[in-house]
Design a protein around this ligand. Structure first.
Ligand SMILES: [Zn+2]
Length: 146
């Protein structure tokens, strides 16, 4: 059912930011296999990155710190894994490409997608041009892992 948005209701909100045509600003991101994975109203490159693993942080729920990003994720959630971090472990519910099964991101909460405050997109996992490997996909390959 189409959602009817009242103009007056929108402008009465004091923190509402002026937006240009939202559909025009939507960006589409693809997995390396060419599968459409993410559509979002922001450029991934402009979003904050996690210090721990360089993953792109997408806010998926409104909070005092900011509004949730407008995005749709086409991904499959898998069993959670524990990742070692400095000072403890971190539970990750991993998001996989529905076609080639490559991991493209994760979230810290159980399904459904976006149930937690953030969704993380792995560095180099997605590109804006279908069928082309993102330029940063192999950026860390020559680092020595210890
Ligand atoms: Zn894929």
């Amino acid at each position: 059912m189409p959602k009817v948005v009242s103009r007056s209701a929108v402008s009465s909100s004091t923190d509402a930011q002026p937006t240009a045509s939202s559909t025009a600003a939507l960006r589409v991101y693809y997995c390396i296999c060419g599968e459409f994975v993410l559509v979002i109203d922001k450029n991934l490159a402009s979003l904050p990155k996690r210090q721990t693993d360089g993953a792109t942080v997408i806010r998926s729920q409104d909070s005092d710190a900011g509004k949730a990003g407008v995005f749709k994720l086409n991904a499959t959630l898998k069993e959670p894994v524990l990742v070692e971090r400095q000072g403890g472990h971190e539970r990750q519910h991993r998001l996989h490409c529905p076609r080639c099964d490559l991991q493209i991101g994760y979230q810290s909460t159980p399904p459904p997608v976006k149930s937690g405050p953030f969704v993380y997109i792995l560095k180099g996992a997605l590109g804006q041009i279908q069928g082309q490997v993102p330029p940063d996909a192999f950026a860390d390959e020559n680092l020595v892992r210890t």
